[in-house]
Design a binder for this molecule. Structure first.
Ligand SMILES: [Zn+2]
Length: 83
């Protein structure tokens, strides 16, 4: 898959690693709170190249995405969240 922005690439990498998941009902990204998946995403980001970004750029993008999303979908009622 190709991504146009570093932000998009970071989301794709986190999805691929299983660190985040997309709400099947609303399309919001959710943090799966899985430290192993997050570590895997960071390992990919450190190794894989994206355009002319540096390793630090990519790791920062991963952190930015993780900080910007919650562990629940804002439109799903918490008690109805499927685990
Ligand atoms: Zn939802």
């Amino acid at each position: 898959m190709t991504y146009r922005t570093l932000h998009g690439w970071a989301i794709g990498t986190l999805l691929e690693a299983g660190a985040i998941t997309e709400c099947e009902h609303h399309g919001y990204m959710k943090d799966r709170s899985d430290p192993h998946s997050w570590e895997r995403a960071k390992a990919i980001a450190a190794k894989e190249r994206f355009n002319r970004t540096t390793r630090d750029d990519r790791l920062k993008a991963i952190d930015d995405v993780m900080r910007s999303i919650g562990d629940t979908c804002p439109e799903c009622e918490p008690e109805r969240e499927e685990k």
